[in-house]
Design a protein around this ligand. Structure first.
Ligand SMILES: [Zn+2]
Length: 236
Protein backbone atom coordinates (compact mmCIF):
# COMPACT_ATOMS: atom_id res chain seq x y z
CA UNK A 1 0.00 0.00 0.00
CA UNK A 2 3.02 2.20 0.45
CA UNK A 3 3.51 2.17 -3.30
CA UNK A 4 -0.13 3.02 -3.78
CA UNK A 5 0.14 6.09 -1.61
CA UNK A 6 3.19 7.22 -3.53
CA UNK A 7 1.31 6.87 -6.79
CA UNK A 8 -1.46 9.00 -5.38
CA UNK A 9 0.91 11.67 -4.26
CA UNK A 10 2.93 11.81 -7.42
CA UNK A 11 -0.27 12.08 -9.38
CA UNK A 12 -1.46 14.80 -7.04
CA UNK A 13 1.73 16.79 -7.25
CA UNK A 14 1.78 16.69 -11.02
CA UNK A 15 -1.72 18.01 -11.27
CA UNK A 16 -5.06 17.69 -9.72
CA UNK A 17 -6.82 14.55 -10.88
CA UNK A 18 -7.33 14.80 -14.59
CA UNK A 19 -10.25 12.44 -14.77
CA UNK A 20 -13.35 14.53 -15.04
CA UNK A 21 -16.79 13.23 -14.43
CA UNK A 22 -20.27 14.59 -14.70
CA UNK A 23 -22.31 14.73 -11.54
CA UNK A 24 -21.69 15.88 -8.04
CA UNK A 25 -18.04 16.08 -7.07
CA UNK A 26 -17.13 18.37 -4.20
CA UNK A 27 -13.64 19.79 -4.55
CA UNK A 28 -13.69 23.06 -2.64
CA UNK A 29 -16.00 25.29 -0.65
CA UNK A 30 -17.34 28.70 -1.67
CA UNK A 31 -14.77 31.37 -2.51
CA UNK A 32 -16.75 33.79 -0.38
CA UNK A 33 -16.10 31.73 2.73
CA UNK A 34 -12.88 32.37 4.65
CA UNK A 35 -12.68 28.75 5.68
CA UNK A 36 -10.71 25.61 4.90
CA UNK A 37 -11.19 21.89 5.46
CA UNK A 38 -8.55 19.52 6.80
CA UNK A 39 -9.21 16.02 5.47
CA UNK A 40 -7.42 12.79 6.35
CA UNK A 41 -7.53 9.54 4.43
CA UNK A 42 -7.42 6.23 6.24
CA UNK A 43 -6.19 3.88 3.52
CA UNK A 44 -5.43 0.30 4.58
CA UNK A 45 -1.76 -0.36 5.32
CA UNK A 46 0.18 -3.60 5.29
CA UNK A 47 2.69 -2.66 7.97
CA UNK A 48 2.88 -0.38 10.98
CA UNK A 49 0.04 0.63 13.23
CA UNK A 50 -1.97 2.24 10.47
CA UNK A 51 -2.96 5.05 12.79
CA UNK A 52 -1.24 8.36 13.47
CA UNK A 53 -2.16 8.64 17.14
CA UNK A 54 -0.07 11.77 17.87
CA UNK A 55 -1.74 13.57 14.97
CA UNK A 56 -5.22 12.62 16.09
CA UNK A 57 -4.40 13.56 19.68
CA UNK A 58 -3.32 17.00 18.48
CA UNK A 59 -6.56 17.46 16.56
CA UNK A 60 -8.62 16.38 19.55
CA UNK A 61 -6.68 18.47 22.04
CA UNK A 62 -7.16 21.58 19.91
CA UNK A 63 -10.73 20.74 18.87
CA UNK A 64 -9.82 20.97 15.19
CA UNK A 65 -12.76 20.15 12.92
CA UNK A 66 -11.63 17.46 10.51
CA UNK A 67 -13.04 14.93 8.08
CA UNK A 68 -11.69 11.38 7.90
CA UNK A 69 -12.24 9.07 4.94
CA UNK A 70 -11.95 5.49 6.13
CA UNK A 71 -11.63 2.43 3.93
CA UNK A 72 -13.50 -0.71 4.93
CA UNK A 73 -10.34 -2.72 5.43
CA UNK A 74 -8.88 -0.02 7.63
CA UNK A 75 -11.98 0.04 9.81
CA UNK A 76 -11.84 -3.75 10.05
CA UNK A 77 -8.49 -3.59 11.83
CA UNK A 78 -8.95 -0.33 13.73
CA UNK A 79 -12.21 -0.55 15.64
CA UNK A 80 -10.93 1.20 18.76
CA UNK A 81 -9.28 3.96 16.77
CA UNK A 82 -12.37 4.44 14.65
CA UNK A 83 -14.56 4.67 17.75
CA UNK A 84 -12.20 7.33 19.09
CA UNK A 85 -12.71 9.37 15.91
CA UNK A 86 -16.47 9.15 15.86
CA UNK A 87 -16.66 10.06 19.55
CA UNK A 88 -15.42 13.58 18.78
CA UNK A 89 -18.25 16.01 17.97
CA UNK A 90 -16.00 18.16 15.77
CA UNK A 91 -14.91 15.24 13.57
CA UNK A 92 -16.89 13.69 10.78
CA UNK A 93 -16.25 10.50 8.86
CA UNK A 94 -16.76 9.54 5.26
CA UNK A 95 -15.79 6.39 3.40
CA UNK A 96 -12.87 5.53 1.18
CA UNK A 97 -13.88 2.30 -0.56
CA UNK A 98 -13.86 -1.20 0.88
CA UNK A 99 -10.55 -2.52 -0.47
CA UNK A 100 -9.03 0.77 -1.68
CA UNK A 101 -9.55 -0.27 -5.29
CA UNK A 102 -8.77 1.60 -8.47
CA UNK A 103 -12.36 2.51 -9.25
CA UNK A 104 -12.11 3.25 -13.00
CA UNK A 105 -10.72 -0.26 -13.55
CA UNK A 106 -13.87 -1.85 -12.14
CA UNK A 107 -17.25 -2.62 -13.65
CA UNK A 108 -20.22 -0.58 -12.47
CA UNK A 109 -21.33 -3.48 -10.28
CA UNK A 110 -17.91 -3.84 -8.72
CA UNK A 111 -17.63 -0.08 -8.18
CA UNK A 112 -20.99 -0.09 -6.42
CA UNK A 113 -19.82 -2.92 -4.16
CA UNK A 114 -16.56 -1.08 -3.40
CA UNK A 115 -18.52 2.04 -2.42
CA UNK A 116 -21.16 0.13 -0.46
CA UNK A 117 -18.85 -1.95 1.76
CA UNK A 118 -17.82 0.60 4.39
CA UNK A 119 -21.16 2.41 4.18
CA UNK A 120 -22.82 -0.81 5.34
CA UNK A 121 -20.20 -1.28 8.06
CA UNK A 122 -20.75 2.24 9.39
CA UNK A 123 -24.48 1.72 9.53
CA UNK A 124 -24.56 -1.79 10.94
CA UNK A 125 -21.66 -1.57 13.39
CA UNK A 126 -21.54 2.09 14.35
CA UNK A 127 -25.07 3.36 13.57
CA UNK A 128 -23.67 6.06 11.30
CA UNK A 129 -25.14 7.12 7.98
CA UNK A 130 -22.30 7.96 5.63
CA UNK A 131 -22.84 10.64 3.00
CA UNK A 132 -19.31 11.48 1.85
CA UNK A 133 -17.15 9.24 -0.35
CA UNK A 134 -13.56 9.86 -1.36
CA UNK A 135 -12.39 7.60 -4.20
CA UNK A 136 -9.18 5.69 -3.44
CA UNK A 137 -6.17 7.29 -5.16
CA UNK A 138 -8.49 10.13 -6.15
CA UNK A 139 -9.39 8.04 -9.20
CA UNK A 140 -12.93 8.15 -10.49
CA UNK A 141 -14.99 8.24 -13.66
CA UNK A 142 -18.61 8.99 -14.50
CA UNK A 143 -19.63 5.55 -13.28
CA UNK A 144 -17.97 6.15 -9.92
CA UNK A 145 -19.85 9.37 -9.35
CA UNK A 146 -23.09 7.76 -10.49
CA UNK A 147 -22.85 4.72 -8.22
CA UNK A 148 -21.81 6.95 -5.32
CA UNK A 149 -24.83 9.19 -5.89
CA UNK A 150 -27.07 6.14 -6.13
CA UNK A 151 -25.74 5.12 -2.71
CA UNK A 152 -26.55 8.57 -1.32
CA UNK A 153 -22.96 9.76 -1.39
CA UNK A 154 -21.29 12.94 -2.52
CA UNK A 155 -17.91 12.29 -4.09
CA UNK A 156 -15.33 14.40 -2.28
CA UNK A 157 -11.96 15.31 -3.79
CA UNK A 158 -9.62 18.09 -2.74
CA UNK A 159 -8.12 21.33 -4.00
CA UNK A 160 -4.74 21.06 -2.25
CA UNK A 161 -2.69 17.88 -1.99
CA UNK A 162 -0.25 18.08 0.89
CA UNK A 163 2.03 15.33 -0.40
CA UNK A 164 2.42 13.98 3.13
CA UNK A 165 3.05 10.34 2.06
CA UNK A 166 5.97 11.45 -0.08
CA UNK A 167 9.04 10.82 2.08
CA UNK A 168 11.32 13.18 0.19
CA UNK A 169 9.20 16.22 1.01
CA UNK A 170 10.40 17.95 4.15
CA UNK A 171 8.10 19.33 6.80
CA UNK A 172 9.02 22.89 5.82
CA UNK A 173 8.42 22.21 2.13
CA UNK A 174 4.94 20.82 2.76
CA UNK A 175 3.98 23.54 5.23
CA UNK A 176 5.12 26.33 2.92
CA UNK A 177 3.40 24.81 -0.08
CA UNK A 178 0.07 24.21 1.67
CA UNK A 179 0.05 27.61 3.35
CA UNK A 180 1.04 29.35 0.13
CA UNK A 181 -1.72 27.73 -1.89
CA UNK A 182 -4.53 27.92 0.66
CA UNK A 183 -7.43 30.14 -0.26
CA UNK A 184 -11.06 30.50 0.70
CA UNK A 185 -12.80 27.14 0.57
CA UNK A 186 -9.67 25.03 0.16
CA UNK A 187 -9.95 21.31 0.88
CA UNK A 188 -6.59 19.90 1.95
CA UNK A 189 -5.75 16.20 1.86
CA UNK A 190 -3.50 14.55 4.43
CA UNK A 191 -3.24 11.01 5.77
CA UNK A 192 -3.93 9.77 9.29
CA UNK A 193 -2.92 6.15 8.76
CA UNK A 194 0.75 6.67 9.54
CA UNK A 195 1.64 7.00 5.87
CA UNK A 196 1.74 10.71 6.18
CA UNK A 197 5.28 10.50 7.47
CA UNK A 198 5.47 13.97 9.01
CA UNK A 199 1.81 14.88 9.26
CA UNK A 200 1.87 15.11 13.05
CA UNK A 201 4.60 17.76 12.75
CA UNK A 202 3.09 19.49 9.74
CA UNK A 203 -0.44 19.95 11.01
CA UNK A 204 0.33 22.21 14.01
CA UNK A 205 2.46 24.45 11.79
CA UNK A 206 -0.15 24.66 9.05
CA UNK A 207 -2.85 25.27 11.65
CA UNK A 208 -0.86 28.07 13.27
CA UNK A 209 -0.33 29.89 9.98
CA UNK A 210 -3.69 29.36 8.33
CA UNK A 211 -6.03 29.44 11.32
CA UNK A 212 -4.26 31.44 14.00
CA UNK A 213 -2.46 33.95 11.80
CA UNK A 214 -4.55 34.20 8.64
CA UNK A 215 -7.89 33.61 10.29
CA UNK A 216 -9.24 30.78 8.14
CA UNK A 217 -12.03 28.95 9.93
CA UNK A 218 -11.35 25.20 9.98
CA UNK A 219 -14.45 23.27 9.00
CA UNK A 220 -15.48 19.74 8.22
CA UNK A 221 -16.50 18.99 4.66
CA UNK A 222 -20.13 19.20 5.72
CA UNK A 223 -19.43 22.50 7.42
CA UNK A 224 -17.74 23.85 4.33
CA UNK A 225 -20.62 22.68 2.13
CA UNK A 226 -23.10 24.33 4.44
CA UNK A 227 -21.39 27.69 4.04
CA UNK A 228 -20.02 30.33 6.33
CA UNK A 229 -23.13 31.01 8.30
CA UNK A 230 -23.20 27.54 9.78
CA UNK A 231 -21.32 26.12 12.69
CA UNK A 232 -18.44 23.75 12.21
CA UNK A 233 -20.23 20.84 13.80
CA UNK A 234 -20.27 17.90 11.41
CA UNK A 235 -23.49 16.61 9.93
CA UNK A 236 -23.77 12.91 10.48
ZN1 LIG B 1 -6.32 6.17 0.11
Amino acid sequence: MKRACLVLILAGIAARPSVEAAGTVFTRGPASCHAIAFTFDLCPVSEGTGFDAPLVSYLIEHHVPATFFASGRWIETHDAEFRRLIAQPFFEVGTHGEAHAHMPRLSATAQAAEVAGPIRTLLERYRLSATLFRPPYGEYNDTTVHVAEAAGQTTVMWSIVSGDPYKKLTTAAIVNDVVGRAKNGSVIIFHANGRGWRTKDILPLVYAQLVTTKGFAPKTISGLRAGCANATAPLR
